[in-house]
Design a protein around this ligand. Structure first.
Ligand code: PEP
Length: 256
């Protein structure tokens, strides 16, 4: 079954409201009429309302970069999924490796955030992936299995089918070192095989798995051509409209 390519840009802690608006404006102009690929951008929280307004009616989705477990209350500094939804987000990134390594998020918390996203009416992009030490120790499948079984615990099959996973080997994020297309395909095929074993068949057929880790215009086509790579989660290269657009244009059904 064909899965629509889904390219998301993670702007991380870059681009305040003014700079985010300029990038959104450039994307709006460059991607006008583009309907072959699903596209989302994830600005910092304070830039979300402006980007949502700028991208209205363009078909480009806006995502949060993280969300709180709770819907409201005494949680200084947090942003609830409900608030992201109200601001116009449709997706939210959960469990990014920077949240795991810099902010101590573990699989149990990430699972609560995945559920919080659905409660708020958002679709999660759940990030999974091994460190270099884990890869060198031959633990890629073990790590992915742990992150998947804990991160996805308690979800209904229709929720799983609608959400997205991002395979992001930690050693490839922001390092300029990309997984080879074969390494990416191998990990994605493992993830899809795990889904096939643990959920009804339509989940493995429908759930999209993005690759993330130094995706650039030069390597996007070879990664996106892999049968189990359904898109990309792009960090650094999503900050330049021209590069992000080239990555979108590298999707197999765009290049046809
Ligand atoms: C990311 O932040 O998810 C990411 C993949 O970053 P980069 O593309 O810069 O490696």
């Amino acid at each position: 079954m064909a899965r629509r390519t889904f390219i998301a840009g993670n702007w991380k802690m870059n681009l305040g409201p003014q700079a985010a608006d300029r990038l959104a404006m450039d994307l709006k102009a460059a991607l006008a009429g583009q309907t072959a690929v699903d596209v989302a951008v994830a600005p910092v929280a304070v830039s979300i309302p402006g980007v949502v307004a700028r991208l209205k009616h363009t078909g480009i989705h806006v995502a949060g970069q993280d969300l709180a477990v709770e819907a409201s209350g005494a949680f200084t500094g947090e942003v609830a999924g409900e608030m992201l939804r109200e601001a116009g987000c449709t997706w939210v990134i959960v469990g990014h490796s920077e949240r795991r390594s810099l902010f101590g998020e573990d699989d149990a918390l990430i699972n609560r955030k995945v559920h919080a996203a659905f409660r708020a009416g958002l679709l999660p992009i759940l990030c999974v992936g091994e460190t270099l030490a884990q890869r060198d120790a031959g633990q890629v499948e073990q790590v992915l299995e742990r992150q998947l079984s804990a991160g996805l615990a308690g979800l209904q099959a229709d929720q799983l089918a609608a959400m997205t996973l991002a395979y992001e080997p930690v050693w490839a994020i922001g390092t300029g070192r990309t997984a080879t297309p074969d390494q990416a395909q191998e990990a994605h095929a493992f993830i899809r095989g795990w889904l096939r074993k643990t959920a009804p068949a339509f989940v493995a057929d429908q759930l999209r798995i993005q690759y993330g880790g130094s995706v650039k215009p030069a390597n996007a086509a070879s990664l996106l051509r892999q049968p189990d790579v359904d898109g990309a989660l792009v960090g650094g290269a999503s900050l330049k409209a021209a590069d992000f657009v080239k990555i979108i244009e590298a999707a197999p059904h765009m290049a046809a």
